[in-house]
Design a protein around this ligand. Sequence first.
Ligand SMILES: Cc1cc2nc3c(=O)[nH]c(=O)nc-3n(C[C@H](O)[C@H](O)[C@H](O)COP(=O)(O)O)c2cc1C
Length: 309
Amino acid sequence: MLTIADFTFDSPFSLAPLAGYSDLPFRLLCKRHGAGFCVSEMISCHGLKYQQKKTLQMLNSTVEEQPVSFQLFGADPDIMADAAEILSTFSPGIIDINMGCPVKKVTKNGAGAALMSTPELAEKILVNVISRTSIPVTVKIRSGPGLKNVNAVSFAQMAESTGISAITVHGRTWSQGFSGLCDRSIIAEVKQAVSIPVIGNGDILTHGDGLNMMAETGCDGVMIGRGALGNPWIFGKSDRPDDSAAILEGARQHMELMEQFLPVERILGYVKNHISRYFKTLPGSSKMRQKIFECKTVTELKDIILKIS
Ligand SMILES: Cc1cc2nc3c(=O)[nH]c(=O)nc-3n(C[C@H](O)[C@H](O)[C@H](O)COP(=O)(O)O)c2cc1C
């Protein structure tokens, strides 16, 4: 169990925000497999403020996935506050603020993980956002800007003082990107230093390892990103099935959800991204993935998947 603000989740395992992946179909799938809650792809504060079509499409949701967490990114405290107010009208359960993304497109404007090196600006963003919404606000951070400045503890204390409801800590620095290993000791240190729920994140590839992270660090919950791709079973206690029939059935269910909820022009790209990952551990997987990437239509792709047994 995990409690954030007024929400109590049956499972302390949640789906991490994954740009290009944690869309409505995948969130629903993970929720059906046992995720306590799921976080959307990062949503641009500018895109929201200026009502860009692509951004608005990212706000699709259903009652089944509530309370969902919608993640905002940006570096301008006023625009972030405007965006939070707009986002609130879409009634997410939680608004998460991205202070951990290392991608250049995001950090070059001072947003995402770059905010770990400007805690005063980060504080202003949180204060402004919280003043304009009644929805619980959470924040997702890294261990620090670089290995010489691991500031997650003081950063988390600052964030807690603004009134956020929970904090997720990815145990890598901004400069590490996705290299090296997740440092669990910093997650444990943050847990010791604040009273709000702390969610640990980084490199969890099995359900059991998620439980290990909780035991090792004392964190209240874990967030899983890459380990959930092609593997929504990670949220259930029995983990990924061994037999290919069960894996294929999972892939088919995922495709059905994508067809149900994604705009037609986006389906093929998304289906390829997600579905090829299910085959990673199956015999003949590289041939299968190649076939998937060569497909020109969803019907062609469905035919291939239906024929496998
Ligand atoms: C493809 C991809 C997209 C990501 N998109 C986001 C994002 O939109 N917002 C965010 O805060 N983190 C994002 N992340 C970081 C993940 O949420 C997570 O913190 C990181 O991958 C470490 O967890 P993991 O080892 O379980 O994947 C992304 C990571 C990947 C690999």
